[in-house]
Ligand binder design. Structure first.
Ligand SMILES: O=C[C@H](O)[C@H](O)[C@H](O)COP(=O)(O)O
Length: 264
């Protein structure tokens, strides 16, 4: 299903020289990546109903969805929402917007979660965690009845790892170099390089859970994703990885030509 952006098409009167062409089809406005993220996020929030328990994602795309939920609550268009944040940052944002919050201990079943992704393959498998929130995201989004993923079209890949960018793995800090080496060795045939994520001057990036992130970079396709997932999770020292396999129920993609919504 594709929906264009009529409200974002220029409504200005064309100059006399341009009249014949542009009066028929006004030039489309070039949207920024952030505007595309916002369009996808707002579309996802249309799936939210009063009374729902909502998984609140993390990142620059999910932020728009959380803002929108807060706005609709303020306007009284949504009522009795309970949010389950997937990071400390989203928790802070939701508190600032007055969204009532809970956690998985009190609300172990979630109606709907909305979150961004770093990569989406044609089967709706995802890479997540380039913002470092993959563990809480996987815990929350793993127990939701519907998981709506929101991305701009730059996130679409032919296969996971295909962007050439990081596939994050959360590890315990204890002997992280040893774990990083084991991860790299696991994917030796794919030309894998494992790097500790840093935050500023040689400081390790520390997740909300007090762990480190090892980013894996692949030169070749990693093949069977389920096998790759099992192999990573079997390594002692690994907490969780950023492949979200068979979890998304809907993917909303905003691109220059409109919004595409794909359901499982
Ligand atoms: O850890 C971060 C999350 O998995 C994000 O959902 C993901 O990185 C996408 O973030 P953004 O919407 O900022 O591209």
């Amino acid at each position: 299903m594709a929906v264009a952006f009529p409200h974002l098409i220029s409504a200005e009167k064309p100059s006399s020289m341009e009249t014949s062409l542009s009066s028929l089809s006004p030039p489309p406005v070039i949207l920024t990546q952030d505007e595309l993220k916002k369009i996808a996020a707002y579309k996802a929030v249309e799936f939210v109903e009063s009374g729902m328990v909502l998984g609140l994602g993390t990142g620059s795309t999910a932020k728009h969805a959380v803002d929108r939920i807060g706005e609709l609550l303020r306007q009284g268009k949504l009522k009795n929402i309970v949010g389950i944040p997937t990071s400390k940052k989203t928790h802070e944002q939701a508190v600032s917007l007055g969204i009532p919050l809970s956690d998985l201990d009190s609300c172990p079943v979630i109606d709907l979660a909305i979150d961004g992704a770093d990569e989406v393959d044609p089967y709706m498998n995802l890479v997540k965690g380039r913002g470092g929130s993959l563990l809480r995201e996987k815990m929350v989004e793993g127990v939701c009845k519907k998981f709506v993923v929101i991305v701009d079209e730059s996130k679409l890949v032919s296969h996971l790892g295909g962007s050439g960018l990081a596939m994050p793995v959360e590890v315990v800090p204890f002997c992280w170099k040893f774990t990083a080496k084991r991860l790299q060795d696991l994917f030796e045939d794919c030309g894998c390089v494992a790097k500790l994520r840093t935050a500023g001057e040689r400081q390790p990036f520390v997740t909300d859970n007090g762990n480190y992130i090892i980013d894996l970079y692949f030169k070749k396709d990693i093949g069977d994703l389920k096998v790759a997932s099992d192999n990573i999770l079997r390594l002692a020292g690994v907490v969780e990885h950023g492949m979200f396999l068979d979890m998304a129920t809907t993917v909303i993609v905003a691109g220059e030509l409109g919004v595409t919504i794909k359901h499982k």
